[in-house]
Design a binder for this molecule. Sequence first.
Ligand code: ADP
Ligand code: MG
Length: 266
Amino acid sequence: MQIDGFPENARIIAIANQKGGVGKTTTSVNLAAALGRNFKTLLVDLDPQGNASTGLGVPYDARNEGTYAALAGENEAINLTMPTNVPHLDILPASNDLAGTEMALANDEHRLTRLKDALDPLRKYYGAIIIDCPPSLGLLTVNALNAADRVLVPLQCEFFALEGLAQLLHSIDRIQQSINPRLALAGILLTMYDRRNRLSTEVLEETRNNFGSLVFRTLIPRNVRIPEAQSHGMPVTLHDSSSTGAGAYRRLAAELIARVKEDDLP
Ligand code: ADP
Ligand code: MG
């Protein structure tokens, strides 16, 4: 099914920010579900907490060894992807073992590119591959940035939103200049935006002043339907497709497709 989207070779997009609670997992799940309306999409759960797997209704005891086995080279990623209840959306789930990746790969000379090696062969099966990163700049996130074509950075509309962003952008630059020259910023996404809250509008203004068109036009509003959907193990686009949250994630998907298409990757 190829609808006006990316070419058949999947774009790999990492959702990263070393801060916790900024909306990485929420964005990964809902963006992946919204992209699934256009083409087959894979969500890679790279956070040992496994919230993306839970948020897509894959309970702990139903998961295989997932991303850990793919990183450790114990199994090929193609054997580890699982269908979800969302049309055209598969998941590579996170198991508990993922927390031990740094130790397990400590002496592996290819440890920085294990995820890239695992995901590249999957590109031909999907239109997009979304990676939900853990809240750190450790080995797992470095693997995600080495595997990705683009990074999407969610920022929560709160005090200190921009704190830590310079460090993240520096890491992206370093990786772009060393291991992964095709890596670039897809954009900065403001999440949990509340237009009635002055702090939200200040963060929006400050981010746009600093980063201009790198900031997505789409704002993700604070919307109770979003956590509600998560508690039911489904994306908000399925739970309540008419909610403001669902609409925002559909617009984000369209904006991302337009941006990445313009970039015309090799
Ligand atoms: P991260 O993955 O960066 O740690 P999460 O996506 O888990 O962040 O989001 C942190 C918390 O904020 C979760 O409880 C989630 O349900 C809630 N949340 C995220 N986005 C929204 C939103 N747009 N509206 C309301 N709650 C949200
Ligand atoms: Mg998360």
